[in-house]
Design a protein. Structure first.
Length: 184
């Protein structure tokens, strides 16, 4: 008897599974390129956020100490409000203002204030404009830097041409000066 053509074909085609009764599994899918892209974007975003946070903390979150005004790396806008003869400077910078404590003689402070805050065409005598410190504040901390206002301290307060307010509290005995400058 001759075998039918359909029967001989069945014998020649091997079974798709080596184990009888088991279905063939689908081949593994290649890893999604979309997942890779999303992962890379997340990593880059996280890295940028950490670098930005670190930079902001470095600029705004810590006090910096400088031997003189020349070592201050701030923009000129903030640096030029500190007298050039100031020494032992401690700074803290916020978004729209800065605080500083430094040592300077009253003569040098007055010379700086006279030059810095004189209106065009007018002379300024800052020494005659100084005010005694508020008696309620004597012996108290008046700054975020921990400056304690001493008895005999004097204050100087000026408004800049751009509307910023600048206050200087100076202790003539020690030469310690606290400065608070707000920009607009």
């Amino acid at each position: 008897m001759k075998a039918s053509p359909n029967t001989s074909l069945k014998k020649q085609i091997p079974s798709s599974s080596s184990v009888t009764g088991q279905k063939e599994l689908a081949p593994p899918q290649p890893k999604s390129s979309l997942r890779r892209i999303v992962l890379k974007v997340c990593i880059v975003t996280l890295a940028l956020a950490l670098v930005s946070a670190g930079t902001i903390f470095r600029i705004y979150g810590v006090d910096t100490h400088h031997a003189s005004r020349g070592s201050i790396w701030w923009p000129e806008r903030g640096r030029n409000l500190i007298p050039p003869t100031a020494t032992d400077i401690t700074l803290r910078r916020d978004l729209l203002d800065h605080y500083a404590i430094y040592t300077i003689s009253e003569k040098d402070l007055n010379a700086f204030l006279d030059k810095r805050f004189a209106r065009p065409g007018e002379a300024l005598d800052s020494f005659s404009e100084r005010l005694p410190a508020n008696p309620k504040n004597i012996g108290n901390v008046i700054s975020p830097l921990g400056f304690i206002l001493a008895k005999g301290a004097v204050g100087y307060h000026y408004t800049a041409s751009n509307g910023g307010l600048h206050s200087y509290y100076h202790d003539p005995t020690t030469g310690q000066t606290y400065q608070s400058s707000a920009y607009w």
